[in-house]
Design a protein around this ligand. Structure first.
Ligand SMILES: *Cc1c(COP(=O)(O)O)cnc(C)c1O
Length: 470
């Protein structure tokens, strides 16, 4: 398998290079040169076994098969869903009236990003070790992504990780999930400033070519193909579990409702569809930051400001992974896509022709719900069914309800965060404060490790240089 860039001007690369590089040299995102077929996935199969088999064609040639299976098994051994769940890593739960919840949040940091990052951290370490190389990962977080990245990289021999968070501006759960990780290669920096200050510092470090080269700076951001690849798996496994549970045939269609931010999660659903999974429809669920809803319903993409909501991981201005779908929609013509992206950057708006909007509508529907509706959904599912939903998952469920039709296919809503990750919003909506799962039960007693630095690029640069193994 080779990988090509969505902008059409970068060299085709094998998996190992795509993994470590992330973004292509022409500014594009990597995609496999063809879509392989999904193997048959049985309900009740071990998740790690299905995962190794589904992903194998994407990595073949870059890693030995037994080694890959071993890494996949180790990555998913970190997941710990409740006893008796339907699924050993990503359980499905019946929400009633044709809706199901796929709980992607039983990993170490209680959010769906663990599914991809637990694997990608290990693949990074493997590939770097094979090359005798080492990288320094630097990133900024407002809370959510940082903890998943730290947990994925902790104790990896060939990686150091530095995560900047705005001092005093993340929730206590989120800060503690990062700062209580006791590993010699993990560095938490509380920056005396805002999240934007943190991001600006990271950008400045990456823009410093000499520093970037000597420190081997790297990122594991959501445009990395390997993250999308890992997410394809649970579309196939959750469809198999739900079909078996309702007594439907192995090829009968299901729908998915996906709380969407950067479009990485739902693009994996599209990939699964291209690989042969019978998907009747993918629902793009948004909060009031609804650039995607507007794009999928009108064909025009237009940037507006970002409004903070109860579902902060979906508070986006532009979804970076959408570029992959546009490339597919354009029949994989990279030159044409590069032109559109340029126009979009320059003018802040771009439109697609009616035939292309029709292509999108055959596969996707999109909708949004606001915070009041989100609170109503959380409250009602708790009251009527005893189910606690976090605000992100509730957006997906709310949109799925609105698009439900009589005699419909089962709809699998992706649960992207454990309710205990957003305890204040959940308590406000339901009157119940969700407890942390057992493995995090002592989070508030664990010692924290972080250093506080001013919002100053030089201070951070010196700190990183002084603390890296290289
Ligand atoms: C990251 C995240 C999302 C959005 O996922 P994308 O892949 O960016 O679309 C939704 N919910 C939660 C809880 C997240 O952490």
């Amino acid at each position: 398998m080779r990988y090509l860039s969505t902008r059409g001007a970068a060299a085709e690369l094998p998996f190992g290079d795509v993994l470590l590089e992330g973004l292509a040299t022409d500014g594009g995102l990597y995609l496999p040169d063809r879509w392989p077929s999904l193997p048959a996935v049985a309900a009740g199969a071990r998740y790690a076994d299905s995962a190794a088999e589904i992903m194998w064609p994407f990595v073949e040639g870059s890693i030995e098969r037994g080694e890959f299976a071993r890494i996949v098994t180790e990555a998913y051994a970190t997941f710990d869903p409740p006893e008796g769940s339907l699924g050993d890593v990503v359980p499905v739960v019946d929400l009633g009236e044709g809706l199901w919840l796929a709980e992607l949040y039983w990993g170490p940091t209680l959010a769906f990003k663990d599914v991809a990052l637990q694997l990608v951290g290990r693949l990074f370490d493997y590939e770097l070790g094979r090359r005798g190389d080492h990288v320094t990962i630097v990133g900024a977080t407002s809370g959510d992504t940082g903890s998943a990245a730290i947990d994925a990289c902790r104790d990896r021999r060939n990686v150091d990780i530095f995560i900047l968070h705005p001092a005093g501006r993340t929730s206590e759960v989120q800060r503690r999930q990062m700062t209580t990780v006791d590993a010699p290669n993990v560095f938490n920096l509380a920056i005396e400033g805002t999240f934007d200050d943190c991001q600006d510092i990271v950008k400045a470090l990456f823009a410093d070519e000499a520093f970037r080269r000597t420190q081997r700076l790297s990122a594991v951001n959501s445009i990395n193909w390997a993250r999308v690849m890992a997410q394809i798996v649970y579309y196939a496994t959750s469809a198999a579990e739900v079909r078996a549970a309702v007594g439907a045939a192995a090829d009968s269609p299901v729908r998915f409702s996906v709380p969407t931010g950067n479009f990485g999660n739902i693009f994996a659903g599209y990939a699964a569809m291209r690989m042969g999974l019978e998907v009747a429809e993918l629902l793009v669920a948004s909060n009031v930051n609804d650039i995607l809803t507007r794009f999928f319903t009108t064909g025009t993409m237009e940037i507006r400001g970002v409004t903070p909501t109860l579902s902060p991981s979906m508070d986006i201005q532009v979804s970076s992974n959408l570029e992959r779908l546009l490339f597919e929609m354009m029949g994989r013509r990279g030159g044409e896509l590069a032109e559109s992206m340029q126009r979009f950057r320059a003018e802040g708006t771009v439109s697609v022709e009616p035939e292309r909007l029709a292509w999108l509508s055959e596969r996707f529907s999109a909708d949004r719900i606001d915070d009041d509706e989100c609170i109503e959904v959380m409250g009602r599912y708790h009251r009527e069914r005893g189910v606690l939903l976090d605000p992100h998952s509730a957006v997906g469920v709310g949109v799925a309800e609105r698009h439900r039709r009589d005699g419909d296919h089962p709809t699998i809503c992706l649960g992207t965060a454990h309710p205990a990750k957003f305890p204040d919003a959940v308590e406000a909506a339901t009157g119940t404060r969700p407890p942390l799962p057992a493995h995090l039960g002592d989070l508030y007693e664990r010692p924290e490790r972080y250093d506080t630095l001013p919002a100053d690029v030089d201070a951070v640069r010196q700190y990183v240089a002084a603390n890296t193994a290289g």
